[in-house]
Design a protein around this ligand. Sequence first.
Ligand code: GLU
Length: 317
Amino acid sequence: MRAATALFSNGGAGMSDRPVVGRFAPSPSGRMHLGNIYTAVMSWLSAKSRGGRWILRVEDLDPQRSKPEHARVIEDDLLWLGLEWDEGGLSGRGPAGPYVQSLRHEIYAGGLRRLEAAGLTYRCRCRRADILATQAPHESDGRVIYKGTCRPPRLGGTAEIPGDAPAAIRLFVPDKTMTFTDRLRGPQSVNLAAHCGDFILRRADGAWAYQLAVVMDDALMGVTEVVRGEDLLLSAAQQIYLYELLGYPVPEFAHLPLVCNDQGVRLSKRDSSLGMEALRATHTPAELLGRVAALAGLIPAPAPVTLRELLALAQPD
Ligand code: GLU
């Protein structure tokens, strides 16, 4: 796996002048696995090696998959490893709470109102299946690129779709290329129209979309660096676009290589042998930290290591 030690380098992307605030934002849809732990440890180390704060945010927007008991177990697993958060978690300690997304409805509604008032949104009743049916085969990598079926003819137009059935709310997305420098992946350039098209801010069932929630949360919680898995690299472009529209400072991004199982497939919550239940049964915290440190390239091979020792290895050069 590609080393992630560049995370601790001071070169490359411009470091912001704001006090460093990092975060870990798990979705409580099951027990964490080695990949989630890798993200947690690396985001903690990145923030702490710069004297920063580390926030734990519970991303439970998906009402079908999220369960409070999973969030409690995530907290327990983090504390078992010695990863303590300065702010957030279920108890909501800190000035920017609540830190549980399902409790932040009013905040997201406020952001949506601003985008609506700027004439940047519209209502859409297309179903996912219909949208998928209009996709060209080469686009079928899981991403849904909306072709603008419900898009009114002009920005801020009043074209209201008839009927009372619940509608999703989408954001107008221009044919604009977003550029940013990822601390690990280097310069990135993503055309929004080609990558995602007009994307959803609020689903027809009322659930808030990840992209709006994550931007508002990171901005209002003062997050200066977003360290997370590479599967979200392209989402950063959508998020930077939202930061700009909402007038928030853009954090730095660092997208970590994904941890794979023995078959070379990205870990999922179904890979129970690398899930926290199995890992806690077979490792001490120091052994598991050593495994993570070896994945990151901080030590040459897995060997027990403490968080304090890792912090010494992760000092910015
Ligand atoms: N909640 C997301 C996940 O668990 C992470 C989102 C993020 O870090 O921006 O995959």
